[in-house]
Design a protein around this ligand. Structure first.
Ligand SMILES: NC(=O)c1ccc[n+]([C@@H]2O[C@H](COP(=O)([O-])OP(=O)(O)OC[C@H]3O[C@@H](n4cnc5c(N)ncnc54)[C@H](OP(=O)(O)O)[C@@H]3O)[C@@H](O)[C@H]2O)c1
Length: 290
């Protein structure tokens, strides 16, 4: 990533906003503890020995500690069955000392990821992975929005990006990212094209976009020449070598605002998870937060 001072004004700094979200979450945790004596607690479920997943879980645990929250780390072996994972998640769902549950994905291939997700009660679905939560988001009802799209919406709001009437292109249709992202943009009155690997003429669709959300898991896939002058470019991608889904150095020229990788969407994802857990604890403990 290269920037000069003119381009620096265009950067959407996710680290700075994430710090503010975490500060607010710390205050929520203090209020909940003072009012109830309970400490908001996130349970993480890590299945198998994928090193990247282990790193993500550690980062989440560290952020919990940073804001005074507890983290209950559950680890299951690579050979665990779907039934074992589901049983573990059910146990956490029934535990009144656990307020949020995160099943770290990807899980090992033989495990039915959807069954593991669906075992999470919607009230503790702080990562927004259940079908119940997705339904609520599509309908514009309250619920814990999946953390990456929720963090992106916060970044767009913080930079006062006009979504009402804007044409937004989302590249990627996964249940945790592209699909909820498209719903949130529609709920904010944007006109949305949800694109994927079978989409024809993707560059010409992106060229019309006022807002581009890249979430396809293809390193530097979105080219600078695809970006309309003045468009807002959000790169949700995170690929090996700290590379996003957008060719940042080329896209920054036409863009009016752009997220870097790292330091854009990523920090907001974790901060949102922590904030959701504090909110889930407040809800379950009957505390009204200001
Ligand atoms: N920053 C964070 O905190 C965070 C969190 C989650 C994910 N991510 C990153 O976000 C990216 C997407 O993650 P994900 O979990 O949504 O990935 P995913 O489940 O693999 O989905 C990728 C999506 O991209 C589409 N796609 C793949 N190749 C494409 C192409 N050539 N043209 C157009 N669309 C294409 C796929 O289309 P089909 O449906 O047709 O296959 C699919 O819908 C990854 O880089 C991931 O690392 C970052």
């Amino acid at each position: 990533m290269r920037t000069n001072s003119a381009n620096a004004a265009k950067i959407m700094d996710g680290r700075d906003l994430a710090r503010r979200v975490l500060d607010a979450a710390r205050t929520k945790v203090q209020r909940i503890r003072a009012a109830t004596g309970h400490t908001p607690t996130l349970a993480t479920v890590l299945v198998g020995d994928d090193p990247a997943s282990a790193v993500y879980v550690r980062m989440k645990r560290k952020r919990c500690e940073d804001v005074g929250m507890m983290c209950l780390a559950v680890e299951l072996p690579q050979q665990a069955t779907t039934e074992q994972v589901v049983a573990e998640v059910h146990k956490l769902g029934a535990d009144s000392g656990v307020h949020g549950i995160l099943v770290q994905h990807p899980v090992p291939a033989p495990i039915d990821k959807r069954a593991a997700f669906e075992a999470i009660p919607v009230s503790k679905d702080v990562d927004g992975v259940t079908s119940g939560t997705l339904g609520r988001i599509i309908l514009g009802m309250p619920g814990f929005i999946p953390c990456t799209p929720a963090g992106i919406m916060q970044l767009l709001r913080a930079h006062r990006v006009q979504l009402d009437g804007a044409f937004a292109v989302v590249i990627g249709r996964s249940p945790i990212l592209g699909r909820p992202m498209a719903s949130l943009l529609i709920n904010a009155h944007a006109t949305v094209a949800l694109c994927h690997s079978r989409t024809h003429s993707l560059p010409s669709i992106v060229r019309m976009a006022d807002v581009v959300i890249a979430a396809c898991g293809q390193p530097r896939f979105v080219q600078g020449g695809w970006i309309k002058l003045g468009a807002v470019v959000i790169d949700a991608g995170y690929n090996a070598g700290n590379v996003g889904d957008v060719d940042f150095d080329a896209a920054i020229e036409p863009a009016s605002l752009i997220t870097p990788v790292p330091g854009g969407v990523g920090p907001m994802t974790i901060a949102t998870l922590i904030d959701h857990t504090a909110d889930a604890a407040a809800e379950q403990l009957g505390i009204a937060l200001p």
